[in-house]
Design a protein around this ligand. Structure first.
Ligand SMILES: [Zn+2]
Length: 259
C-alpha cells in the first residue's frame, strides 16, 4: 500500500510572467534520489486518473533512472476548450471532412495550444520532462504562412521535445477489455511517450503488444495494454545502459494490481 505520493511539485502558472517568477511555488525533490535520475513531472489536467500515482510511485522505486512527481498548477484562462478550436484551425479542409470526421474532431483538443503552458510549468518546477494528461483525444496542425499544411487527430499521445501530452479518451474501456486497471494503462501511455521524448524511440505501424505500437486502429491499444512487452526493434532504439530500467518499469506496470 502506498502511503503518500512522492513530493508534490507546485507551479503557479496562472500568470504569464517569466519562469523565474516568485509566483512559482516549488518544493525541492527528495534528496535521496540519485543524480542520474530523470525527473518526470506528471500533471493530470483532465484525465482524472485517481490511482495513477500509486503505480508511478512503484515505478519510481523499481529502478533509478526515472522518478515521477505529481504536479499541480492552475490552467491559464482560455485553455480547456475542446473540438471547436481545432475545427476552426482546419477551415481550409473542413468541406472535405465527413460528418463522422467532424463528430470525432469535437472529441479532440488542439494540443499545440497546451505545449507552451506545459513548457512554462516544466521550467518552473525544474523537471526534465513534463507529461500533461487529458480527457479528450489529441489533435495537431502544422501551418506554413498561416495556411494549414498538415494535420492529424485522434492521437493517444504526442510530444514536443520534453513536453508531452497523453489522452485517456476511451482508455477505461480498453483497460477493461484487457483486464487491467485503468491507471496501469495510463502509466503505459505516459511512459512510452516519455521514452520517445528522452530517447527518440519511434512508434511503429505494426501492432505487436508493444508500448510503441502506433495504434492507427485505436482498438489495437487493447493488445498493448494486455501484453505490455517491448519488442526487440523498439528495445534496440533505447540506449543499452537504459534498457534494464525500461524493462523494470514495464514489469511493474504489467504486474500492478490496485491495492
Ligand atoms: Zn515495439
Amino acid at each position: 500500500m502506498i502511503k503518500s505520493p512522492t513530493n508534490l511539485l507546485y507551479a503557479n502558472t496562472a500568470t504569464t510572467q517569466s519562469t523565474t517568477s516568485s509566483q512559482a511555488r516549488t518544493r525541492r525533490v527528495r534528496s535521496r534520489v540519485p543524480d542520474s535520475t530523470r525527473k518526470i513531472g506528471v500533471f493530470d489536467i483532465s484525465a482524472r486518473a485517481g490511482f495513477l500515482f500509486d503505480v508511478l510511485e512503484l515505478v519510481s522505486r523499481s529502478q533509478s533512472r526515472f522518478t515521477f512527481y505529481p504536479v499541480e498548477a492552475s490552467l491559464p484562462m482560455g485553455l480547456g476548450v475542446i473540438g471547436d478550436v481545432f475545427e476552426a484551425k482546419l477551415k481550409a479542409v473542413r468541406e472535405k471532412l465527413s460528418r463522422g470526421d467532424k463528430a470525432e474532431l469535437r472529441q479532440n483538443i488542439a494540443v499545440q495550444d497546451y505545449f507552451p503552458f506545459l513548457k512554462q510549468t516544466r521550467e518552473q518546477i525544474h523537471v526534465d520532462v513534463i507529461a500533461g494528461l487529458f480527457s479528450p483525444m489529441l489533435a495537431w496542425t502544422e501551418s506554413d504562412d498561416a495556411k494549414t499544411v498538415d494535420y492529424g487527430w485522434n492521437f493517444f499521445s504526442l510530444g514536443e521535445g520534453p513536453d508531452v501530452a497523453i489522452s485517456v479518451y476511451g482508455l477505461r474501456d480498453y483497460a477493461k477489455e484487457a483486464g487491467r486497471p485503468f491507471e496501469a494503462a495510463v502509466a503505459l501511455l505516459t511512459l512510452a511517450q516519455v521514452w520517445a521524448s528522452l530517447y527518440g524511440t519511434r512508434f511503429h505501424q505494426q501492432s505487436r503488444g508493444c508500448p510503441f505500437d502506433f495504434c492507427e486502429n485505436r482498438d489495437d491499444l487493447v493488445g498493448a495494454i494486455s501484453k505490455m512487452e517491448i519488442c526487440s526493434e523498439s528495445l534496440e532504439e533505447i540506449p543499452a545502459d537504459e534498457r534494464e530500467s525500461v524493462t523494470k518499469c514495464l514489469n511493474v506496470i504489467r504486474t500492478y494490481a490496485r491495492g
